[in-house]
Design a protein around this ligand. Structure first.
Ligand SMILES: Nc1ncnc2c1ncn2[C@@H]1O[C@H](COP(=O)(O)OP(=O)(O)OP(=O)(O)O)[C@@H](O)[C@H]1O
Ligand code: NI
Length: 347
């Protein structure tokens, strides 16, 4: 096996990291969350899939993410979280139909062709897919997969690219980063591959990282390391994060704001602390009550299939607080102060 040269530069730490990484907005450091620029704006997103029948899987999805902000998308399986991520990356299958608008730095992503989108993917917006083993290429060593985006997007020279790749592994907690460059994904555990994938996704210092269930299948130690790395990305590298997760504890520790989804819609959007201290929507309350520390009380019933949604409020068949109108009328999402909720309890 041909091995990649050892990165002696990195081992001696002769090059400061700052010289290598692309410059970030230093103004940002002075800004509070309120003053930061909006990076991503999703407005009235509606996605349907055409097949034997046309099924609308997402509707009325609106949210924004500011620079270096972490927004989490939470909700039960099948509610549409990953589809939101794939829509942002313009990676939906051909049978999908998209309405609404997705803007990144004020430019519409929806109207971009594949060539324009390829420039944004990886460099400006990166994604960690739900299944890390499928996202890494089994026939190339990790080092190769780390340097490739540097050659393609930044025309980086070999020596610098190898340095940056080893640095990315070092940052992910690999002490033996030089050896790791030569590892194939099949030699490594799920947790190691997850960290390789994060190193690969963040090597270009993207302004926005989408992490789809990054803690899934990891043991407690790996989750703690992952949390530290995601915090580091936010604090030191000023990346914004769209965090998709079932794990509410993980989300609580990382997110600035949380959007709760139910059956293809956002039903509540609030600051992380407000949402956990005072959940408004009966579904959000149910989700929090199902946490182990709140007594593990599950929400009775199941989410409706997206091809046969109930009339009125989509949550009404499971809602302990439903009124007559909830059965007939579909509630709009209403903004109250810094939060938004889709429920007639909050007119
Ligand atoms: N290509 C497709 N054609 C038709 N329906 C699809 C397609 N891809 C996804 N869906 C449907 O869209 C809905 C949302 O799927 P999505 O993967 O976004 O859910 P999710 O919230 O990410 O779930 P999980 O938590 O299990 O990952 C699901 O009901 C799924 O069956
Ligand atoms: Ni998903």
């Amino acid at each position: 096996m041909k091995t990649l040269p050892r990165n002696t530069l990195l081992e001696k730490n002769t090059l400061p990291e700052r010289n290598i990484l692309p410059e970030r907005n230093t103004l940002l450091e002075k800004n509070t969350l309120l003053e930061r620029n909006t990076l991503l704006e999703v407005r009235d997103l509606e996605i349907s899939f055409q097949g034997i029948e046309t099924v609308t899987v997402l509707s009325g999805i609106s949210f924004s993410i500011k620079e270096s902000e972490t927004l989490a998308l939470v909700g039960e399986t099948g509610c549409g979280k990953s589809i939101v991520a794939h829509a942002i990356m313009n990676l939906l299958p051909p049978e999908s139909r998209v309405k609404g608008n997705i803007e990144f730095r004020g430019k519409s992503l929806s109207g971009m062709n594949e060539k324009e989108m390829a420039k944004i993917r990886g460099r400006e917006i990166a994604i960690i897919f739900q299944n890390p083993s499928l996202a890494l290429n089994p026939v190339y060593p990790i080092g190769h997969q780390l340097v490739e985006p540097l050659y393609v997007h930044q025309k980086e020279k070999k020596k610098t690219a190898l340095f940056r790749a080893a640095l990315a592994l070092k940052r992910m907690g690999f002490v033996n980063f030089s050896e790791c460059m030569n590892y194939y994904p099949s030699w490594c555990s799920g947790g190691m591959n997850q960290r390789f994938l994060i190193a690969a996704s963040t090597i270009l210092n993207p302004a926005l990282l989408i992490a789809d269930e990054p803690s899934k299948g990891l043991d407690k130690k790996c989750i703690t390391e992952l949390e530290a790395e995601l915090k580091n990305l936010k604090m030191e590298r000023k990346s914004a994060l769209l965090l998709i997760s079932h794990d509410l504890g993980f989300v609580q520790r990382l997110a600035d704001r949380i959007a709760v989804m139910y059956a293809g819609e956002i039903i509540e959007l609030a600051n992380s602390s407000s949402l956990f201290e005072n959940p408004l929507h009966p579904y959000t309350r149910g989700l929090l009550n199902s946490l182990p520390e709140k007594g593990f009380i599950p929400i009775p019933g199941f989410s409706p299939p997206l091809n046969s949604l109930p009339s009125g409020c989509r949550f009404h068949p499971r809602c302990p607080l439903r009124e007559k109108r909830c059965i007939r009328v579909h509630p709009e999402i209403k903004e109250t102060g810094e939060r938004a909720v889709r429920c007639f309890l909050y007119p």
